[in-house]
Design a protein around this ligand. Sequence first.
Ligand code: UDP
Length: 140
Amino acid sequence: MAIERTFSILKPDATRRNLTGKINAVFEEAGLRIVAQKRIHMTRAQAEAFYGVHKERGFFNDLVSFMISGPVVVQVLEGENAVAKHRDVMGATNPANAAEGTVRKLFAESIEANSVHGSDSLENAAIEIAYFFAGTEIVG
Ligand code: UDP
């Protein structure tokens, strides 16, 4: 299986409740390695551009407001089949539908405040990583 890199965000509900270590422990135990990481407070423009694919959706404005309501941790995770593995360990978007043991089942507050973001394809992972990190900030 191929070694991949994917993009991950620990969302404001996770930083507010001091859960970043517990969530990253789940990722690390699943075989994902954190090869880049920083804590930032996104601007509205950054969050709007990041979630631009959803701009016609009814939840867009609330989502952007939530994403800038506090600091986030942006990170790059590396491992075998990292994109799909990360999505599996995150669990379903709505925590009510998330499988036992997944991050969203364990920690999410709601469909919006669902603790984590993860790239949904290898192509989007590359775009999202480049949006937040310079190549020199990623140390494998
Ligand atoms: N979201 C929301 N309401 C919805 C669907 C999604 O607030 O009905 C938020 C939620 O935070 C989700 C993000 O928008 O993580 C992006 O949605 P997507 O469908 O891409 O879900 P994901 O890939 O994060 O599981």
